[in-house]
Design a protein around this ligand. Structure first.
Ligand SMILES: Cc1cc2nc3c(=O)[nH]c(=O)nc-3n(C[C@H](O)[C@H](O)[C@H](O)COP(=O)(O)OP(=O)(O)OC[C@H]3O[C@@H](n4cnc5c(N)ncnc54)[C@H](O)[C@@H]3O)c2cc1C
Length: 328
């Protein structure tokens, strides 16, 4: 099965491409080199609607489908993967989670600001001792009656230095193992939230990745997402979509590198002709970069739609033949 992009999806793709070229490209190298958070650019991303693409218009979002989000992620990532990781976390790990699993009160309070970029969100799962094994949460949320007392440390938190809202996974009932974990919405100006060191990364350096400490933070019970013990399920379901955003980011980065390399191979001459006409370069796989409708991120979006109808309403589809294609 192949599918065509709708007119709306093509328009989103074009708008994201233009935005990346006109707004993100100038200064991208300097921001990355200097680890400078792209504050003005993120504000403009909010104005353009890139920070709450799948949030319902009722809560200030764009009300778009997941594929539109994937297309925009790819286009921004081609030029500036720091901006796209900020976008990815805000859209799929924070806004989506609140929209699908939050209470009406939580949606009303947080989504309009998060979807427009007035506030930025973080998703706080990883800990020094809980990375791939996210069940090993040591952050605790002790039930104090009408609030939780939150204590612990999270690390590698994207948007950690700038976000206003954290979705924090924490253990309330250790005897229940992962079924004792809760997800709490925490505002960063609450007493006891401490923003720790910023990571000096190899890539996506303009996105701010921080350690965060919670020291006796009082979180109202009304800020828990879902029933008691739903936190681990919440994190895994939210990450399912988050991975699609990150896959789109990886494809965007690869696509950007491909476009730059192709253009350079036509400009750069050696031995009297463009290097694109020399065998070692000409034999590279230039023409086989998959068109949008065959790319894995798009197909995964469709596939995921068949498993979890919350993510997209698209129909189930077989894996694309492109994934099994042999080199010509
Ligand atoms: C740039 C960046 C941004 C991030 N942003 C966030 C964020 O916003 N929020 C958040 O919560 N976290 C974030 N993270 C953390 C990220 O989710 C973790 O790094 C990830 O879960 C892996 O955990 P770890 O680094 O502790 O690696 P480890 O769990 O220590 O794994 C190390 C290696 O062992 C392998 N491994 C582990 N278990 C197995 C197994 N059972 N079988 C085979 N191999 C295995 C892993 O694949 C990996 O190669 C971010 C990380 C980075 C680098």
């Amino acid at each position: 099965m192949f599918f065509e992009l709708t007119e709306e999806q093509q328009a989103v793709q074009q708008a994201a491409r233009d935005f990346a070229q006109n707004v993100l490209k100038p200064g991208v190298i300097e921001r990355d080199r200097d680890m400078k958070y792209p504050k003005a650019e993120v504000r403009q991303m909010g104005e353009m609607g890139f920070l709450g693409m799948m949030v319902s218009p009722e809560y200030g979002g764009g009300g778009m489908d997941t594929l539109s989000y994937v297309l925009a992620m790819e286009e921004l990532s081609k030029v500036d993967a720091s901006c796209s990781v900020i976008m990815s976390v805000n859209n799929s790990l924070v806004c989506w989670g609140i929209q699908v699993y939050g209470t009406e009160e939580q949606k009303q309070k947080y989504l309009p600001k998060l979807a427009t970029g007035e506030w930025i969100g973080s998703f706080c799962l990883s800990e020094p001792e809980a990375g791939s094994d996210a069940t090993s949460q040591r952050t605790t949320a002790v039930d104090m009656g009408d609030y939780y007392l939150l204590n612990g440390t999270k690390n590698w938190i994207t948007n950690g230095g700038t976000s206003k809202v954290h979705l924090v996974m924490a253990q309330t009932n250790p005897e229940k193992a992962h079924k004792g974990i809760n997800c709490l919405i925490v505002e960063t100006d609450w007493e006891g939230v401490i923003i720790g060191a910023k990571e000096d990364k190899l890539g996506i350096r303009a996105s701010d990745t921080h350690t965060i400490m919670y020291n006796d933070v009082k979180v109202p019970k009304s800020n828990r997402i879902g029933d008691d013990g739903f936190g681990f399920k919440f994190a895994m379901r939210t990450l399912e979509g988050g991975r699609i955003g990150i896959a789109a980011q990886a494809l965007g980065i690869a696509g950007g590198a491909y476009e730059l390399s192709l253009a350079y191979s036509k400009e750069r001459a050696a031995f009297g002709k463009p290097i694109s006409q020399h065998q070692a370069i000409a034999f590279k796989d230039w023409p086989t970069w998959p068109p949008t409708s065959k790319r894995p991120s798009c197909w995964c979006t469709v596939q995921l739609g068949s498993k979890t109808k919350e993510w997209t309403s698209a129909q189930p589809a077989p894996w694309p033949s492109f994934l099994h294609r042999k080199r010509p």
